[in-house]
Ligand binder design. Structure first.
Ligand SMILES: *Cc1c(COP(=O)(O)O)cnc(C)c1O
Length: 415
C-alpha cells in the first residue's frame, strides 16, 4: 500500500489532535548568529524582528565567540569539512583524540569518547556496558535521551522518585542480588533547573556498591566554582563513574557529545556503542572549535561568574514582579504557568514585546506543568535583563497572573 488517502487522513487526524490540544509546535526562523540579541522571522513569512533571546543553551556566550569562530576556520582549512567515515574505519584525526584527552582533564575523568551528540552517547552507553544481570536505577525526571538509552539495554530498569534519597536507598537494597547496579541521574535537570544531590548519591552508591552515571549537559562549563560541572559543585569531583555531556550547549553549541569516565567503561563504548560504531565522526571544524572553547574556559572563570551573576539578578527580577518560579540556583529559571495554552499565548505575547522565550508543555514536561523556561547566558548584559523584565511584567499583567501562587494559577487553568 502506498501513501493512500486513508493513510494520509490518519496522520492529518493525529496532527489535528495535537493542534486541538494546544500542543502544536512551530519553528521560528533566526536570521542571525546565536547571541543575546537575535533576528527572528515569526510567524514565518512576516518581517524580521530583532529581539532579546532568553531561551538558548548558549550559557557561556561562546556560540558565536570570535576566537571560537577563528579556531573553527583554522580547523576547516587544516583538516577539511568532513570525515566521511565513522571513527573506527577512517574517521579519527589526531584532534579527535586531543579533544578527548582535554575533556578528560577538564571533567576529572580517566578517559573520554566523542559521540555525534549526547543523545547518541546516552543511546549507546547503557547497552554497551550493562546486560541482563544488571540493574539501572534512574531518577524519574532524567532526560528523554537517557530514557531511550535505557530502553535499548537489556539490564533491568527501575526508577526512584525525583531526588528522593530514601527511595533510592530502598531500590539499592532491593537490587543487591544483581551483578552490577547503576544509579542514573541528570546533573542539572533541564526542565526544572534543580541540581541532583550528587554527594548523597555517591555516598549511597559506595554503601551499596553501585556505579554512578551523571548526564551533565546542562552543567558542563559553568556549574561549580571552575565550571567543571555538578560533581565539582557537590564536592564529588573525581568520584563519578560515568559522565555524559554535550558540546551542543555551553561548549560552543555546535554539536557532539561524549562519554567520559572510568577507562574500562569508555573502552566498552569504543568497542560496542552503536552510535559510535555506526554514525559519522564529529566534523573537524567542530573539534577545532571545541578545543578553543576548552582553552577559554580553562584559563578564566570570568564567563561562568558573569552567568552566575546574571542568573541571580534575573531570578530576583522575576520574583519581584510576582511570577511563580521553580526554586533553584542554576541559569535555568522556569516561570510556571501550568496551562499549555497559556504558556503558548504568553510566549507569543512576549515575542510581540521583543523577547524570545518559548512555552514548554507536554510531552516535554508533565501534563499540567507548562511553563516558560528562561535561560541565562554570559552573553546577556544587565540592560538585556532590565528590558526583558519589562516585557514579562507587561505580558504577566495582560494575563492577570502577577502575584498569583501555584494554587491560584492551577485553579485558573481548571476554569
Ligand atoms: C540537551 C541534552 C542532551 C542532548 O544533547 P545533544 O548533544 O544535543 O544530543 C542530552 N541530555 C541532556 C540532559 C540534555 O539536556
Amino acid at each position: 500500500m502506498s501513501f493512500s488517502n486513508v493513510v494520509r487522513q490518519g496522520y492529518l487526524n493525529e496532527i489535528e489532535g495535537i493542534k486541538a490540544a494546544g500542543l502544536f509546535k512551530e519553528e521560528r526562523y533566526i536570521h542571525s548568529p546565536q547571541s543575546a540579541e537575535i533576528e527572528v522571522e515569526f510567524p514565518v513569512g512576516s518581517a524580521i524582528r530583532r529581539c532579546i533571546n532568553i531561551c538558548s543553551n548558549n550559557y557561556l556566550g561562546l556560540s558565536s565567540h570570535p576566537d571560537v569562530v577563528a579556531a573553527a576556520h583554522a580547523g576547516l582549512e587544516g583538516r577539511g569539512y568532513g570525515m566521511s567515515s565513522v571513527r573506527f574505519i577512517c574517521g579519527t584525526q589526531d584532534i579527535h583524540r586531543e579533544l578527548e584527552k582535554r575533556l578528560s582533564d577538564f571533567l576529572g575523568t580517566e578517559d573520554t569518547l566523542l559521540f555525534p551528540s549526547c543523545m547518541d552517547a546516552n543511546a549507546g552507553f547503557f547497552e554497551a556496558c550493562l546486560n541482563e544481570q544488571d540493574v539501572m536505577i534512574a531518577d524519574r525526571l532524567v532526560h528523554a535521551s537517557i530514557v531511550d538509552g535505557m530502553r535499548l539495554c537489556k539490564a533491568m530498569q527501575d526508577t526512584y522518585k525525583h531526588s528522593d534519597m530514601g527511595h533510592l536507598e530502598e531500590k539499592l537494597q532491593e537490587h543487591q542480588d544483581k551483578r552490577f547496579r547503576m544509579v542514573i541521574t541528570d546533573g542539572v535537570f533541564s526542565m526544572d533547573g534543580d541540581t541532583a544531590k550528587l554527594a548523597e548519591i555517591v555516598a549511597l552508591a559506595e554503601k551499596y556498591n553501585a556505579m554512578v552515571f551523571v548526564d551533565d549537559s546542562h552543567a558542563t562549563g559553568f556549574i561549580g566554582k571552575t565550571g567543571r560541572g555538578t560533581h565539582e559543585h557537590c564536592g564529588v569531583f573525581g568520584k563519578i563513574d560515568v559522565i555524559t555531556t554535550t558540546l551542543g550547549k555551553a561548549l560552543g553549541g555546535a554539536s557532539g557529545g561524549c562519554v567520559s569516565g572510568r577507562r574500562e567503561l569508555v573502552e566498552m563504548c569504543r568497542q560496542r556503542a552503536r552510535p559510535y560504531l555506526f554514525s559519522n565522526a564529529v566534523a573537524p571544524v567542530i573539534v577545532a572549535g571545541a578545543l578553543k572553547v576548552l582553552d577559554l574556559i580553562s584559563t578564566t572563570t570570568e564567563r561562568r561568574d558573569k552567568l552566575e551573576w546574571n542568573a541571580r539578578y534575573w531570578r530576583g527580577l522575576l520574583k519581584q514582579a510576582g511570577f511563580d518560579l521553580k526554586e533553584g540556583d542554576t541559569p535555568i529559571v522556569p516561570v510556571m504557568l501550568y496551562d499549555a495554552k497559556l504558556a503558548q499565548d504568553f510566549a507569543r505575547d512576549l515575542f510581540d514585546e521583543g523577547v524570545y522565550a518559548v512555552g514548554f508543555f507536554f510531552p516535554v514536561v508533565p501534563k499540567g506543568q507548562a511553563r516558560i523556561r528562561t535561560q541565562l547566558s554570559a552573553a546577556h548584559e544587565k540592560h538585556h535583563l532590565d528590558s526583558a523584565i519589562e516585557a514579562f511584567r507587561k505580558v504577566g499583567q495582560k494575563h492577570g497572573i502577577l502575584g498569583l501562587g501555584k494554587k491560584e494559577l492551577l485553579a485558573r487553568c481548571a476554569a
